[in-house]
Design a protein around this ligand. Structure first.
Ligand SMILES: [Zn+2]
Length: 334
């Protein structure tokens, strides 16, 4: 890459609003939340942090959410809890990392829609309905897929009403198509890649990509090598997946959702508690946390450089880096 391209990329990247739609801290009380400053040093302005999945007990989810919030609130020089699109722009201007939260699955709700108000009030702005395995809402991407249930349909309506972005990552294909048809607001896949490039059930079919775009939504490309299609994959593979979606449905429907795990070498660290690892992450689908590579936030400026090299315009690159997810936030965080 010519030095001038690298310089132009660094300047454009710093100047743009950079949005990571999903990354993970250890789901553990007492963990060092300050490691998130790495996101900011890599010129990321907003990150949505996972607070648990379908297998995580509700009490653990609430403990971790309260702990993260207190930690971030006590370091208001570097971090800002962000519940509105405006607060994200203000945080960037002040040189802070804006943080909101997401929940990966509806099981922790225990069937109570009132829990959505609770989570909204504590900063959750994005939610999956299913995590890999079929639940009462619908099918998981690693399970039978019966489609969206009647309960799931009501849940989508309640998420739309509450102001939490509906996220179809980890859902089965049929169920995700049902969710996107049911939602009255744009739907995202916060961290999911392209199945036509890497044939893995966690990746998206062309039908899912088309339906997401038709909803006005965005697909966040992740940095997990298992889903990018080559061991140790980084910015080059991410740019390939971004480019596929941009070519197919337009640049307005692709963004970034790194799925970086600040501690990723065991299922227990990822889940926050001992779990049946082979049930939630079937080994037959290639999961091995000790071997998987998660591209860190530091790769993102190279993604910007890769998009410049492919001839993307400055406005289009700004849209991919964060403008698209900001648009969806404005349309869903009511
Ligand atoms: Zn996930």
């Amino acid at each position: 890459m010519p030095e001038s391209t690298a310089e132009a990329a660094a300047i454009l990247h710093r100047d743009s609003l950079v949005w990571d739609a999903h990354s993970c801290l250890p789901l553990r009380y007492g963990t060092d939340v300050g490691v998130l400053s790495r996101h900011k040093r890599a010129a990321t302005d907003f990150v949505s942090i996972n607070i648990g999945m379908d297998m995580t007990p509700l009490g653990d989810i609430m403990t971790v959410l309260a702990y993260y919030r207190v930690w971030l609130g006590n370091d208001s020089e570097r971090f800002a809890l962000a519940g509105t699109p405006d607060s994200i722009s203000r945080a960037k201007e002040a040189g802070k990392l804006a943080v909101a939260f997401d929940l990966e699955g509806a099981v922790p709700l225990g069937g109570q829609f009132g829990m959505l108000d609770f989570f909204y009030n504590y900063g959750v702005r994005q939610m999956h309905l299913i995590y890999n395995r079929t639940n009462e809402v619908g099918g998981g991407c690693h399970d039978d897929d019966p489609g969206l249930s009647a309960y799931g349909r009501s849940l989508v309506a309640k998420l739309n009403e509450t102001g939490i972005t509906v996220d179809c990552s980890h859902a089965g294909e049929r169920t995700s198509l049902d969710i996107m048809a049911a939602s009255t607001r744009p739907v995202v896949f916060s961290h999911a890649n392209v199945r036509a490039l890497t044939d893995h059930p966690r990746n998206l079919s062309d039908a899912q990509i088309d339906a997401c775009a038709a909803s006005g939504g965005v697909i966040g490309i992740n940095g997990v090598d298992l889903f990018l299609g080559e061991p140790g994959a980084g910015s080059e593979a991410m740019v390939r997946h971004i480019d596929y979606i941009a070519q197919r449905v337009g640049v307005a429907h692709v963004g970034l959702g790194l799925d970086y795990s600040y501690e990723s070498d065991s299922a227990e660290a990822v889940a926050g508690a001992p779990v049946d690892e082979s049930y939630w992450w079937p080994p037959g689908n290639g999961y091995d946390f000790s071997a998987m590579h998660f591209a860190p936030p530091e790769v993102l400026p190279a993604v910007t450089a890769g998009l410049i090299e492919r001839g993307y315009s400055e406005p289009d690159i700004r849209a991919v880096l964060g403008g698209n997810f900001l648009r969806v936030a404005k349309a869903t965080w009511v």
